[in-house]
Write a protein that binds this ligand. Structure first.
Ligand SMILES: Cc1cc2nc3c(=O)[nH]c(=O)nc-3n(C[C@H](O)[C@H](O)[C@H](O)COP(=O)(O)O)c2cc1C
Ligand code: SF4
Length: 682
C-alpha cells in the first residue's frame, strides 16, 4: 500500500473513506427540473471511478418551497428525487466512492420571483446585496415548518442510500440565525448566541430523531464572517465547540468569510491571482480546538498543497473541487505516479461565474466536464491513422493537436510566433492572470509526450501545408483586434491588445471604449490606471464588462476603484478627430430618439477600442478550393459525434476545418470545445 498521506483511508464513524480527497458540494446546474438525471450522474460517476473518496453532491439542495433555486439546485423537498439520488449513489458506490449531499434553506439568499413566487424569508428584513430580495421576517410557524422540511429531506436521502448529509450554514438561513447582522428576532430564536443557535440545534435534534445515530450528519459553516458586527472567530470557535458538544454532528466542514456580496464570495472561494489555501490555517485552528473530523476546501488546486493540508494535520479531508472539474482523474493519476499529467485548475472561475449568470458550470479548459455523456475525458484511439496539420498554437490549436495525437494521428503544428499560447499569452501578461498560462503549458507538455511536431516562427502558407500531404487541415489562427467601429477617426485609435502587449504606452488622459465587455478591456484598464493615467471607460451596455462576470470582476474593481477611473454606461463612442495635440471624442447614445441632443464630447490624448476580434482567415480561404469539403462542417455530425463526411470536391486533397476565433470572436472555452468536439471524431 502507498505511503502517500493523501492515499491513506479515513474512518468517519462507521464509514471508511478510501483516501483523503473529497469533492465539496458544488451545484453545477446540470439538473433537469431540479432532478439529478443522467448528465448529473455521469459527472459524479466519472470522478468516483477515478478514485475520489467522497463526493458531496448537489450544492444548496433546497429543502423548502420558499427556498427556490438560484442556479438550478436540486429540489430535495420532492419525493421524486429519491430514485434519482439512489441511482447516482448506487453507481458511485459501485466505484468505491462515498456519497453525501448538501441540504439547505437559502433564507434571504434567493429571489421571490422564482419557483412558486413565495416571499423570501430570513430572521430579519435585511436584504442580501447579491440576490436582492427584501425578505419577510420569519414567524414561529416558518421555523417549525422549515425544521420539518429539513427533516423530511434528510429522510429522503436515507431512503436514497446516501452515506450522509451536510447542512449549509454560510450565507444561508441557518447562519442568518447565527449572525447578529441578519437576526433581529427577539427570543427564543434571537438575541444571545444560545438563542441564535436554537434553530440549528432544534433542527439537528429533529433530524437525528428521524435518521438515527448511524447516518452521517455534518455542517459546512462559517467560523468567522470577517464582517464588522458579524460572527467573529471567537463566536466561530464557540459555535464549533457547541456543535461538537451536542453530539449530533459528525464532521465540521470549515469555511471562513461571508458571501452576501460578490467580493465576499470571492474571498471565500478565491480565484486566479489570489493566494492559494488562504483559509487552511483557520480550518486547522478549528480542528485543533475541537478535535472533530474536519473538512475544508478553498483554492487548494494542486496535489502538493493538498498533501501539505493532510500532513500538517490541518484537516482530515481535503476538498479539491474545481481541481476535479478541470481534471476528474486526479486520484487515478496520483496512484499511477502520473501527477505531472494532471490538468491544472487555473482558477479562471469560468465554472462558478457561469452558474451565477444562469448557465451550467463549464471548465474553461476541460470541455468534457459537464458533458460526460457526449465528450470523452479519455480520448479513444482512431481506427485509421491520419496526418493532421494544424495552423495556430493558441488554446484551440493546441487542444486540436492534443486530441488528434491522443487519437494516434500524426500531428504537425505551424505557429507564426516563436511561442505557443495565442491570446492566452497576452492575457497572462497581467501578473494577476499569469495562472492562465497553465492552459497552454499543460497542452504543450501533453503534445510533447505524444510526439506532436511543432514549427514555430513559421508563417504557414498553402505550399507549407501541401508539402505535408495532410489528410486533415485545421485552421486555428485566431483573430486580430477589430477597431474599425467609428463613423470617423478609426486611424486615430489603438486597441486594448496594443496596451496589453505593451506595444503602445498608455496616455495620460485616456478614453477606453468597450462594447465587447470582456477581460481584454479591464486588463487594459488595469495597465492604464496603474500607470497613473486618468481613465474613463465607456460602454453602450447597461452595465460594464458583462462577459467578465461577477467573481472575476472583483479583483479588477479592487484595482480600478483605487485609481482615477470612471465608468460611463449606456453611451457609445461615435467618432474621433484631431484637436491640436489632443483627440476629440464624440459620444452618442443608442437611446437617442432624435428628440434632443444626446451628444457629448471628451478631450483626451488616447482613445482605445475593445471590440473583439476579426478572424485571421486568409489561409483558410486560400485552402478552401483545395479541400474535399470546401471548409464545410456538418453540424449534425458535429453535435451527434459522428465523423465528418461531406465531400463537395472529389479532387480535394484534404478535409479543411476552422475552429475558435478563426471563425468568429468567442472565448477560450469555445475554442477548446470546438477542437475537442471536432477532433475526437476525426
Ligand atoms: C460551480 C460551483 C458551484 C458551487 N456551489 C456551492 C454550493 O452550492 N454550496 C457550497 O457550499 N459550495 C459551493 N461551491 C464551493 C465549493 O464547494 C468549494 O468550496 C469551492 O469551489 C472552493 O474549493 P476549490 O478551490 O477546491 O474549488 C461551488 C463551487 C463551484 C465551482
Ligand atoms: S473554469 Fe477555471 S476555476 Fe473553474 S475548474 Fe476550470 S480551470 Fe478551475
Amino acid at each position: 500500500m502507498s505511503n502517500d498521506p493523501l492515499l491513506q483511508p479515513y474512518q468517519l464513524k462507521h464509514l471508511r473513506l478510501r483516501n483523503r480527497i473529497m469533492i465539496t458540494s458544488h451545484e453545477p446546474a446540470y439538473s433537469e427540473n431540479g432532478m439529478p438525471t443522467e448528465r448529473y450522474r455521469a459527472y459524479h460517476v466519472e470522478r468516483a471511478k477515478a478514485g475520489v473518496a467522497l463526493t458531496m453532491t448537489a450544492g444548496s439542495a433546497a429543502v423548502s418551497l420558499d427556498s427556490p433555486p438560484v442556479f438550478d439546485n436540486l429540489l430535495v423537498y420532492k419525493d421524486e428525487i429519491v430514485p434519482w439520488m439512489k441511482d447516482l449513489t448506487d453507481e458511485c458506490h459501485e466505484h468505491g466512492a462515498a456519497v453525501m449531499i448538501q441540504l439547505t434553506h437559502l433564507g434571504r439568499r434567493t429571489r421571490w420571483d422564482k419557483g412558486e413566487w413565495l416571499p423570501a424569508l430570513s430572521p430579519s428584513h435585511r436584504r442580501e446585496a447579491a440576490h436582492r430580495a427584501f425578505p419577510k421576517k420569519m414567524e414561529e410557524w416558518d421555523i417549525q415548518r422549515i425544521i420539518k422540511d429539513y427533516t423530511d429531506a434528510a429522510e429522503r436521502m436515507v431512503a436514497a442510500g446516501l452515506d450522509g448529509i451536510e447542512l449549509q450554514a454560510y450565507g444561508h438561513l441557518m447562519d442568518q440565525f447565527w449572525s447578529p447582522l441578519t437576526n433581529t428576532l427577539d427570543g427564543p430564536y434571537g438575541g444571545n448566541l444560545d438563542n441564535r443557535l436554537r434553530f440549528t440545534f432544534e433542527l439537528l435534534k429533529s433530524i437525528r430523531q428521524r435518521v438515527g445515530d448511524d447516518f452521517i450528519v455534518g455542517l459546512r459553516y462559517t467560523g468567522d464572517e470577517m464582517l464588522a458586527g458579524g460572527l467573529s472567530m471567537t463566536d466561530g470557535l464557540s459555535i464549533s465547540q457547541r456543535l461538537k458538544d451536542s453530539g449530533m454532528v459528525d464532521f465540521l466542514n470549515v469555511v471562513r468569510g461571508h458571501i452576501d456580496t460578490d467580493a465576499g464570495l470571492t474571498d471565500v472561494i478565491p480565484i486566479q491571482g489570489m493566494r492559494n489555501s488562504p483559509h487552511l490555517d483557520f480550518a486547522g485552528e478549528i480542528r485543533t480546538a475541537t478535535d472533530m473530523p474536519t473538512f475544508h476546501a478553498a483554492k487548494i488546486p494542486d496535489v502538493a498543497t493538498a498533501r501539505h493540508a493532510i500532513v500538517s494535520g490541518k484537516v482530515d479531508m481535503v476538498g479539491m473541487t474545481r481541481a476535479h472539474m478541470t481534471d476528474p482523474h486526479i486520484i487515478r493519476k496520483i496512484i499511477a505516479g502520473d501527477e505531472d499529467n494532471i490538468r491544472p485548475c487555473v482558477g479562471a472561475n469560468y465554472c462558478l461565474d457561469r452558474i451565477y449568470q444562469g448557465g451550467a458550470a463549464f471548465c474553461i479548459h476541460n470541455a468534457a466536464t459537464g458533458r460526460e455523456l457526449s465528450m470523452p475525458h479519455d480520448i479513444p484511439k482512431a481506427e485509421v491513422r491520419k496526418k493532421i496539420v494544424i495552423v495556430g498554437a493558441g488554446p484551440g490549436g493546441l487542444e486540436a493537436a492534443r486530441v488528434a495525437a491522443e487519437r494516434g494521428h500524426e500531428v504537425v503544428v505551424f505557429e507564426a510566433l516563436n511561442d505557443a499560447g495565442g491570446q492566452i499569452r497576452l492575457t497572462a501578461q497581467s501578473p494577476r492572470r499569469q495562472e492562465m498560462i497553465g492552459i497552454i503549458d499543460w497542452r504543450m507538455s501533453q503534445c510533447e509526450r505524444l510526439g506532436v511536431r511543432f514549427h514555430f516562427n513559421t508563417y504557414a502558407e498553402v505550399d507549407n501545408i501541401q508539402a505535408e500531404k495532410p489528410d486533415v487541415v485545421i485552421i486555428a489562427t485566431g483573430g486580430l483586434p477589430d477597431t474599425e467601429v467609428l463613423d470617423k477617426g478609426n486611424e486615430l485609435v489603438v486597441s486594448s491588445w496594443d496596451i496589453l502587449s505593451r506595444s503602445i504606452q498608455p496616455g495620460s488622459n485616456v478614453l477606453l471604449f468597450d462594447d465587447a465587455g470582456d477581460h481584454a478591456a479591464l486588463q487594459a484598464a488595469e495597465v492604464i490606471a496603474n500607470s497613473g493615467a486618468n481613465l474613463e471607460i465607456i460602454t453602450p451596455d447597461r452595465s460594464f464588462a458583462p462577459e467578465v462576470m461577477a467573481m472575476n470582476l472583483v479583483p479588477y474593481m479592487r484595482t480600478l476603484q483605487q485609481q482615477a477611473v470612471t465608468f460611463t454606461v449606456t453611451y457609445r463612442l461615435k467618432s474621433v478627430s484631431r484637436d491640436g495635440d489632443q483627440l476629440l471624442a464624440t459620444i452618442g447614445s443608442d437611446y437617442d430618439d432624435g428628440s434632443r441632443d444626446f451628444t457629448q464630447t471628451r478631450r483626451v490624448d488616447q482613445v482605445i477600442i475593445n471590440h473583439g476580434t476579426l478572424p485571421f482567415d486568409d489561409l483558410y480561404f486560400e485552402l478552401r478550393g483545395l479541400s474535399s469539403n470546401e471548409g464545410e462542417v456538418n453540424y449534425n455530425d458535429l453535435i451527434h459525434g459522428t465523423p465528418q463526411a461531406l465531400t463537395h470536391n472529389h479532387e480535394g486533397q484534404f478535409q479543411l476545418f476552422r475552429i475558435g476565433d478563426a471563425i468568429s470572436a468567442r472565448n477560450t472555452h469555445a475554442a477548446i470545445y470546438d477542437a475537442l468536439r471536432l477532433v475526437k471524431d476525426l
